[in-house]
Design a binder for this molecule. Sequence first.
Ligand SMILES: Cc1ncc(COP(=O)(O)O)c(C=O)c1O
Length: 385
Amino acid sequence: MNALFNNYARRPISLVEGKGTIVKDEEGKRYLDFTSGIAVCSLGHAHPSLVQTIQQQSEKIWHTSNLFESPGQVALAESLMKDNHFSHALFCNSGAEANEAAIKLARKYTGKHRIITFKNSFHGRTFGAMSATAQEKIHQGFGPLLEQFSYLPFNDIEALQETVDDSVAAIMLEVIQGEGGVHAVTEQFAQAIQDICEKNSILLIVDEVQTGIGRTGTRFAFEQTPLKPNIVSIAKGLGGGFPIAGILATAELYETFGPGSHGTTFGGNPLAVAVAQKVIELVFEQSFLDEVLEKSNYLLQKLNESLPENEFAIRGKGLLLGIDCRKDVSEFVTKAEEEGLLLVGAGPHVLRLLPPLTVTKEEIDEAVDILKKVLLTSKSAVSTS
Ligand SMILES: Cc1ncc(COP(=O)(O)O)c(C=O)c1O
């Protein structure tokens, strides 16, 4: 027991330094970080441009609150909305907060209350975001939840068609359910959602907290689908490790959030905005995004060659990949750590691979060698559910 609440199942490793994909613990042991702080450190650890940006901005001004104009926020909003259909942004501090903003915006704009989300989704742990999250284990002990959320099976067109009626303000989904086991929306389901939203004047909220900012090889993952969201929530990769999040929304929603309607003290402070601007400058370069896809294909090919199809299913897009081991993966996570590879689960049976977007092919080779050793020689992992 220590002085902290016990609300995280922490790994018994204290990481004290990092450079690129490599991190070291307090004993000096080296690991390949295929967690990136859960899809956050997209440019790896201690990226020189981010270090320089933080140093320079910290000598100018860190925090002003939103009492004053913020040219940095305006510039970041413009960078995020270049070449897409969004017109206004709002900045906050975490993925859950971004989803709170999206839920509030959708309810206020439509004057309706009901929001459809999907089983095994994950949208965060504040009350609105938790209520949107269709996983009972996340809700346990905290009820009553916010009213008027309907949870439907993911990728089930019929269930959606049967449920939609006049009371629905918004449909909210992840393009790839990250925490929920790395399950991507199908092309047909995405098209059905888009059609239903347009036909019934329902707002579409896409939660890109995990999939956004280049993680799947495009700026936003929805770009690879028929989805055209009215609101997108972003966080994680946006600050490359510095906390910043936000929503981007289409023009018709502008009037809904007038002064006093929503806000947060820290949201988009000058330090956070400066770092995020640098992240966007680097990650939104087409050549950078092309490389993400190239490395993803390389990793996928190596995994497919190495892991027998009848035992493992590999899913996901870009550098958000999951290995479904069809049995409890906790033992695999521990063994990979012993071999120098950090991984995170996605549900009980899936290992999630979230390397920095700057990972090299040599690092991918090294990680796959460790995965082969851990997954193919370990006899001890047994199914627990
Ligand atoms: C898709 C998605 N939405 C929302 C969140 C919540 O983000 P945060 O932990 O920053 O509140 C997460 C976190 O894992 C996420 O993956």
